[in-house]
Design a binder for this molecule. Structure first.
Ligand code: COA
Length: 381
């Protein structure tokens, strides 16, 4: 029996209504809770974006202050989380695995036997991802953990906990813009995972832990690393054309280009390119930025030549790699840093899903046999 409703990978299936983000792949537009990404990402603080995604409106000044302070109070990790991260470093697990383990402990010290309200959990989870990543990274390098600072913003505190140094304002702005840019993106795999979990009336820590597991996979949170490797391997702008041509001749894909949904330029690439330019021109290696721009324009020209009419454009990964590298993050930190931004959307979607109070439970089509005869164990070969 053929079931015409069957869509492998749920492609094209609308499984939720959301007021959080609109991904318009044909026109290359991304709207975040009513605002164009270009207007929001480079101006808002990450806490403002969280407030917007969780409450549906931008906060007023005192609301924002209160929201920020109450979130910052959760930056201290439970002591059990520290012990867990130390053990994980002993086993040298990947930063994403360490984050997944740590996330499951984020509400350990919250309730003390009392019911915890979901917004408190949401703030604790969001506040604790960067400290957990930074703490783990230091343990992995055999270094002492650095405690959080309440006087710094979320992004500045993350970089401070990683390095012990207070970052400059352009670096902080660049990271904040990145986190805002990736805060939400429709019903992507990790967000869907979070919604499925919360829809069973489970809790937000479970939903975010599951989402981190989904984000870890290379088909999602993936590896912007190879895009950066390509720029490094090219090294000098004059070598770009020959290098890229030979990759294309070998039938290889160029990392950081092409997108399943965006058939024009990914709007996030533009926002991140502008953020990278602003940062590199004040606090970074402008040579690297200029080289990356040369590589980008050569790739775009050669993709149009070798795959005419396919509209293969720059995607979010290309400038993510450049920006996060410029901020000083090493490649294994890229995906956990993505989680530090996407958590705003995961939680927004959890709150939205809780309001619909509808279990997510699709059907499957059975394709196995139905008429096998039971064989007792002693008669099996
Ligand atoms: N470099 C070279 N060729 C590419 C390409 C790339 N980055 N992306 C797509 N193509 C080619 C494909 O080989 C295919 O050519 P063919 O039909 O002659 O075989 C054609 O363009 C269409 O590709 P298709 O596989 O249908 O695109 P898709 O929508 O399934 O894939 C991606 C989208 C993202 C998987 C794909 O563009 C890709 O692999 N990009 C590189 C990896 C990357 O940057 N991932 C991060 C995405 S945010």
């Amino acid at each position: 029996m053929t079931d015409t409703n069957y869509r492998p990978g749920l492609e094209g299936v609308v499984a939720a209504e959301t007021a959080l983000s609109q991904v318009d792949g044909q026109n290359g537009r991304l709207v975040i809770a009513g605002y164009q990404l270009e207007d929001l990402a480079a101006q808002a603080s990450f806490e403002e974006v969280c407030f917007l995604l969780w409450h549906g409106t931008l906060p007023g000044q005192s609301e924002l202050e209160e929201f920020r302070t109450s979130m910052a109070e959760f930056r201290v990790l439970p002591s059990a989380t520290h012990s867990l991260l130390e053990q994980a470093a002993h086993h040298k697990v990947s930063p994403m695995d360490a984050l997944r383990m740590a996330a499951a402990t984020f509400d350990l010290d919250l309730g003390e036997g009392q019911e915890i309200d979901e917004l408190t959990r949401a703030k604790a989870i969001t506040a604790r991802i960067p400290p957990a990543v930074a703490t783990y990274w230091r343990y992995l390098q055999g270094l002492e953990a650095i405690g959080p600072r309440q006087d710094l913003g979320r992004s500045a505190n993350y970089l401070y906990m990683l390095t012990g140094l207070e970052p400059g304002p352009a670096t902080v702005r660049a990271l904040e813009t990145y986190l805002n840019t990736v805060a939400d993106h429709g019903l992507n795999a990790s967000t869907f995972a979070a919604r499925v979990i919360i829809a069973t009336e489970s809790d937000m820590v479970s939903a975010v832990t599951g989402a981190i597991g989904a984000l870890k996979g290379p088909l999602h949170g993936g590896a912007p690393g190879p895009a950066l490797d390509m720029v490094f391997e090219i090294g000098e702008a004059e070598r770009a054309e020959q290098y890229i041509r030979s990759k294309l001749d070998r039938g290889e894909r160029l990392m950081g280009f092409g997108h399943r949904v965006y058939k024009v330029r990914d709007p996030r690439a533009d926002v991140l390119a502008a953020a990278a330019e602003a940062m590199f021109s004040t606090e970074g290696d402008m040579h690297l930025y200029e080289l990356a721009k040369e590589v980008e324009s050569t790739v775009l020209a050669l993709l149009e030549e070798s795959k005419p009419g396919r509209n293969l454009k720059t995607n979010v990964e290309f400038f993510t790699a450049l920006l996060l590298h410029g901020i000083g993050l090493e490649i294994p930190l890229f995906t956990p840093t993505f989680a530090a931004g996407r958590v705003a959307g995961w939680i927004g979607h959890c709150l939205e899903q809780q309001r619909t109070a509808r279990l997510i439970r699709p059907d499957s089509r059975y394709v196995g046999p139905t008429d096998l005869a039971w064989v007792p164990i002693e008669q099996r070969p």
